[in-house]
Design a protein around this ligand. Structure first.
Ligand SMILES: [Zn+2]
Ligand SMILES: [Zn+2]
Length: 282
């Protein structure tokens, strides 16, 4: 596994305008140029919990200016830079998220569930005790309830790292066992289809504890079986060396599941980006 070459798009990247990244935007752009990746979306964190490090870490105006100016610098050199965002979703923050998206315009929006106040996964010390005696469905249940809300919300272009909860519980619940039960996410996948929200294949899981994409291949296949058509792919890099990491694997997984194009947005209407190896690829 390594940084990908010659894929059309990395739709999920964090720069030093996120609290957990140290990468100046031009470092990604230079790598994209070198690796034959024509388009990247900068999706720095926006959080609504005032205790979170990402809460007002950078202003909309700063993020927009940095992305748009970089886009101007790199357009002539063959790298398209889009101004996106990764919004942390929780059902209790829907009004704030709606207000934020009403005030601010992005090219592309990802909604993700991370930790939230009261989340059982946040207390790592007592996690084993909390998990013991619970079924897998009950272990992922609180997370699934939130991500189901995000899927129904309807204002996101894509949902980020759909089954990332497996990362939080990986020391207690085998990742393979969760991958064998994609039906745990079936209501979420149906909600995505109903709301027209894209399913992201996030390749950061390949370099983290689970060692597989978020979501797992069986969940992507189930999404397809249920009639899902809108998908995206991103590396979720927070470091220069993880730019586009594992992204070829993500594209391969999507092509194998039968998808031919990504559902992306560059502001305005949704656009299709052909998946290498899919039938739409030439
Ligand atoms: Zn995330
Ligand atoms: Zn991210």
């Amino acid at each position: 596994m390594s940084q990908a070459r010659d894929v059309p798009l990395d739709s999920h990247l964090h720069t030093d305008l996120s609290p957990d990244s140290n990468v100046p935007i031009d470092v990604y752009a230079a790598q994209a140029l070198e690796r034959g990746i024509a388009e990247i979306a900068i999706t720095d964190h926006v959080d609504f919990d005032h205790r979170d490090p990402a809460y007002r870490f950078s202003s909309f105006a700063d993020r927009e200016r940095v992305a748009r100016q970089a886009a101007e610098r790199w357009a002539g050199r063959g790298v398209a830079i889009r101004f996106g965002v990764e919004l942390t979703y929780n059902r209790t923050w829907e009004d704030e998220i709606r207000a934020h998206l009403g005030r601010h315009t992005y090219d592309f929006t990802i909604g993700s569930v991370h930790d939230w106040p009261g989340s059982p996964y946040r207390d790592r010390q007592n996690l084993a005790t909390w998990i013991s005696g619970r079924s897998d469905a009950d272990v992922v249940g609180p997370y699934v309830a939130e991500i189901l809300g995000a899927a129904r919300f309807g204002l996101f272009d894509a949902i980020g790292h759909l089954d990332v909860v497996k990362r939080y519980v990986t020391h207690h619940v085998p990742t393979q066992r969760l991958a064998a039960a994609p039906e745990l996410y079936e209501p979420v996948l149906r909600a995505l289809i109903e709301s027209g929200t894209a399913l992201e294949v996030n390749t950061s899981g390949l370099r983290q504890g689970p060692g597989e994409t978020y979501p797992s291949a069986p969940i992507v296949a189930l999404f397809r079986d249920l009639g899902g058509t809108a998908v995206t792919a991103g590396s979720d890099a927070h470091r220069a060396e993880t730019f586009a990491f594992g992204l070829e694997e993500g594209y391969r997984l999507l092509a194998q599941a039968g998808f031919e194009e990504l559902a992306f947005r560059r502001g305005g209407e949704r656009v299709a980006v052909a998946i290498p190896g899919g039938r739409g690829w030439s």
